[in-house]
Design a protein. Structure first.
Length: 408
């Protein structure tokens, strides 16, 4: 190894998933030099077909992706969410969100994760030397000193930076190495995910049905397709996943209903355990956490990626403003602004999603009556209904510039 193998940048992002690469694009677009290290080989993106994974991108998150030059590669591949219908089993009470009550923009979009990743890689390539994507590669060791960080990669290369950002997901090695504890628990639930084709058009309507085992979400995709996030009891999920195709479809139809006509499962079935995990702090010496490295919440409201993109918008603004003032991007006083901005939003969303899951994932008669009356009350109170819609769209509170559609 020679000095030519060393890479010097201002910010090192470890993890090149949707949140990590979005942060890299945001910073590079504002003139910050960034290295993004990722385990995955970018060449594999062009080889992967639809793998069943989609994300709900709220209106505020769309603004972030527009501001960093990613959305133009996604718009034709994204399904707008025009309405959301929330119901409690077979109860006649429901909650109906219609985007026309709060403006012309859809409530959000459903996008296949592979399309989002490809659009992010395409945007990253436009930043030239300001954004260096180093992949496939792994950070073998990270030294965080008073004046900067030094990352040693598994192939012997070294990267120096003022700040390291952990974006490697819920099992973040950088977070664990920094001995940042997490508050975490598992739900007695498993998410079964699959895609269905249906006979009738969905008209851009998303459905969230609360069943005794947990929420059953029907998310509209492009074409006559919908993505399902079927929350089931963890003890029962393996038996459902082991059913043959006809038996699985029969179980699915019992929950899905026939409002979209005949349905068929497209592609495979996937599952993952559900839990909540919140890092006890989002910054450490010359280190910041974003996305799932900082927080994992229940998918009941489809807000996981949106929470991560709000991290991106806030941290990018903090760092770019500090750079314009000539400050050290990894200094403690600079980084302190990031958790002050993000902590409340993270904790509120974690508490709300946890509470909703506990409230609705049962068949206790008094609770069922109370929640049904609650849905009906909100549905009949337009100002409250519009407030909840704006929250779901990610356009409430003190928003970073990127989330307002403004450049950094």
């Amino acid at each position: 190894m020679t000095q030519a193998d060393d890479i010097a940048v201002e910010v090192l992002v470890v993890g090149g998933g949707m949140v990590g690469l979005a942060l890299g694009c945001a910073l590079a677009g504002a003139g910050v030099t960034v290295a993004v290290v990722d385990r995955a080989d970018p060449a594999s993106l062009t080889e992967v077909g639809f793998d069943g994974r989609v994300s709900a991108i709220a209106h505020g998150s769309r603004r972030v992706l527009e501001s960093i030059g990613v959305w133009r590669g996604l718009e034709a591949l994204a399904q707008p969410i025009e309405e959301i219908r929330v119901s409690d089993g077979d109860s006649p009470f429901f909650l109906h969100y219609d985007h026309r009550e709060v403006g012309d923009a859809p409530l959000g979009h459903i996008v296949e994760n592979r399309h989002t990743r490809m659009a992010l890689h395409a945007a990253a390539a436009t930043h030239g030397d300001r954004l260096r994507l180093i992949a496939p590669a792994t950070v073998a060791a990270l030294d965080r000193a008073m004046t900067g960080v030094l990352a040693r990669l598994d192939d012997g290369r070294r990267i120096t930076a003022r700040l390291a950002i952990a974006a490697e997901g819920r099992r973040s090695p950088l977070r664990e190495a920094a001995v940042i504890a997490v508050t975490a628990w598992r739900y007695p639930q498993t998410a079964i995910v699959c895609t269905v084709g249906h006979e009738r058009p969905h008209r851009g309507i998303a459905h969230e049905r609360f069943l005794p085992a947990g929420p059953f979400a029907i998310l509209p995709m492009t074409g006559d397709r919908s993505s399902l996030v079927w929350t089931e009891r963890a003890a029962l999920a393996p038996a459902i996943l082991a059913l043959d195709d006809a038996e699985f479809l029969d179980e699915l139809e019992r929950r899905f209903g026939d409002f979209l006509g005949r349905i068929e499962v497209i592609g495979g079935r996937f599952s993952y355990p559900l839990g909540l995990q919140i890092a006890e702090r989002q910054v450490d010496r010359r280190l910041a956490l974003v996305g799932d490295a900082a927080h994992v919440i229940h998918p009941i409201a489809g807000q996981g990626l949106n929470l991560g993109l709000r991290d991106v918008a806030a941290l990018a603004e903090v760092l770019v403003d500090a750079r314009r003032l000539g400050l050290d991007l990894g200094a403690d006083d600079v980084l302190a602004d990031y958790p002050r901005w993000r902590r409340f939003d993270t904790l509120v969303l974690a508490v709300v999603t946890d509470g909703l899951n506990r409230l609705f994932s049962n068949d206790i008669a008094p609770l069922r009556l109370a929640r049904d009356l609650g849905l009906a009350a909100v549905n009949r109170t337009p100002p409250l209904r519009r407030l909840f819609m704006r929250h779901a769209m990610g356009v409430v509170g003190t928003l970073p510039r990127l989330a307002r559609g403004l450049p950094l």
